[in-house]
Design a protein around this ligand. Structure first.
Ligand code: CA2
Length: 147
């Protein structure tokens, strides 16, 4: 069974509670539970982690190869637009990664249009709401099958 890790950045623990116009009504646990179920159907073991701390996200990314993951699905949240450390960690670990944003970052404030991780990503999904994570998992499944 192939293993995939879903990494969630700062404030995504608040999903479903506020800002529903941007991020929908599903909680993070509901999203992760749906991904685990979808993963089972696809033959993927899906793990998840959320942190509000940049260094902790870097640690998780760095350790993901040694923990046996074949791919990373990541929503770096606000760190998308600011974190050279997360960009460097993703480049260093060398696993294929897929960037997900719940909202369409290109239709919002100017500062959200720049992502520091997009150029190294194997795929990018934005604006599909929480369903974007499921789309990413389907894409990871196809990616692993073809590699
Ligand atoms: O659209 C996305 O997925 C974002 O990565 C979400 C980030 C934002 O900074 C990015 O520009 C786009 C923010 C996540 C904050 O999530 C909240 C959820 C509920 C209530 C408040 C914040």
């Amino acid at each position: 069974m192939h293993k995939v890790i879903v990494i969630q950045g700062p404030n995504l623990n608040l999903l479903g509670e506020r800002e529903q116009h941007h991020y929908g009504t599903a909680t993070l646990e509901q999203i992760h539970s749906a991904l685990r179920e979808e993963g089972k159907k696809l033959g993927l073991e899906v793990h998840d982690v959320q942190s509000n701390h940049e260094g902790e996200l870097v640690d998780v990314i760095q350790s993901s190869r040694n923990r046996g993951f074949q791919a990373i699905i990541i929503n770096p949240a606000a760190y998308t637009h600011t974190s050279v450390a997360i960009r460097d960690a993703l480049a260093a670990v060398g696993l294929p990664y897929f960037e997900v944003h719940i909202s369409n970052i290109h239709s919002r404030e100017e500062f959200r249009k720049k992502s520091l991780v997009s150029d190294g990503a194997s795929g990018i999904i934005a604006g599909f709401g929480p369903y974007g994570y499921t789309l990413a998992l389907m894409g990871v499944h196809r990616f692993i099958q073809n590699s």
